[in-house]
Design a protein around this ligand. Sequence first.
Ligand code: CA
Ligand code: CA
Ligand code: CA
Length: 384
Amino acid sequence: MSYRLQKLSTTKSAVALSVLLALGACSSSDDNNDDNDTNPEQPVDTGGELETVSVTLDTAQETPAPVGVPDGASGTADVSVDAAGVVTATVGVSNLSGPATMAHIHRAFAGSSGPVLIGLTSDDGGSTWTVPADARALTADEIGAFNRGELYINVHTDANGSGEIRGQIDSGNATRFTVLIENISTPETLNVASDSSTQPVPLSPGAYIVHRNETDSPLLLPRDAANAGLESVAEDGNPGPYPAAVPGAGVFNTPVGADGPAPIGPGGSYEFTVQGVDGDKLDFVTMFIPSNDWFYTATDDDNSLDLFVDGQPVSGEVAATDIAIWDAGTEFDEEPGTGPNQAQRQEGPNTGDPDSNTAVGSLESRGQSVSLNGPALRVTITPQ
Ligand SMILES: [Ca+2]
Ligand SMILES: [Ca+2]
Ligand SMILES: [Ca+2]
């Protein structure tokens, strides 16, 4: 796909963002085996009581939509996870386009696809699938994902290699939230001191995560250097590498009202949905496009927005003081809105001199600043 940045840039700086934003922002890894603990040093309260969840698999939940599937293609499953993360699952399928060739448990919310956590096996030619005895246990972080309905079962066939039927493993105990990210900048928002002009602040496709870490959003780890997903968002506005770089990271990339991935200018917005239980937190990253490697993210002591306060789902506009511009520490900073190695002008992705300070941190914490006439970003969280 290609981004249509020209549509939303109003200045001479418009030209080249499409070049570097053109890479795979909408792809996500569908079959990486994922053995990473997001943050192994930190114990994670997994939240909630564990239970057996009944799952219905069908073509409607599958993304991308499968092709050539008979009416009635479906499956059922019962899935349980114990306190140690050991998964028990029995999946039965019927009326598929052909024999089921693979079945996995993945991590992503409904409507998105994400990495494989556990591969299932069949000893009856693909009608019934179970968790093999030597399968790994879920990490504490992944048990949290199970409790909020973030895991799903995907069954593959030859005709539908990326999946023919899917079922979200969702107990229905989590609250569903809509997250709206709006560009509220204007053509006068960014002051460019060198020529006394102003510019809007376009924002890029980005990534989000729901997690339970006590400190530090997984999107920003490790804090002494940017992960590959963060570097790609912060320098090039491309969240494509995030799901492989950070387990549990999801991607938002298609503006409201658009039919494909693109940045958003003034008046544009992104919207996505997540689920959470009490104790779950949300973080996101989106590029401050007129920069070398700056991004917006939640900025309090755990870099996260609480989804619940006093046990109740949050609702409404996120306080501007809870969001800030950060520097990924991956590229030397030129004057915002003018630098030849910034996304709108650079010759290709990942182009520019290295940063002298490689730590991921807020502009404030790094002793940097930018001159803005008002905010560029507004985030609203609405429980459903
Ligand atoms: Ca920098
Ligand atoms: Ca770089
Ligand atoms: Ca650059």
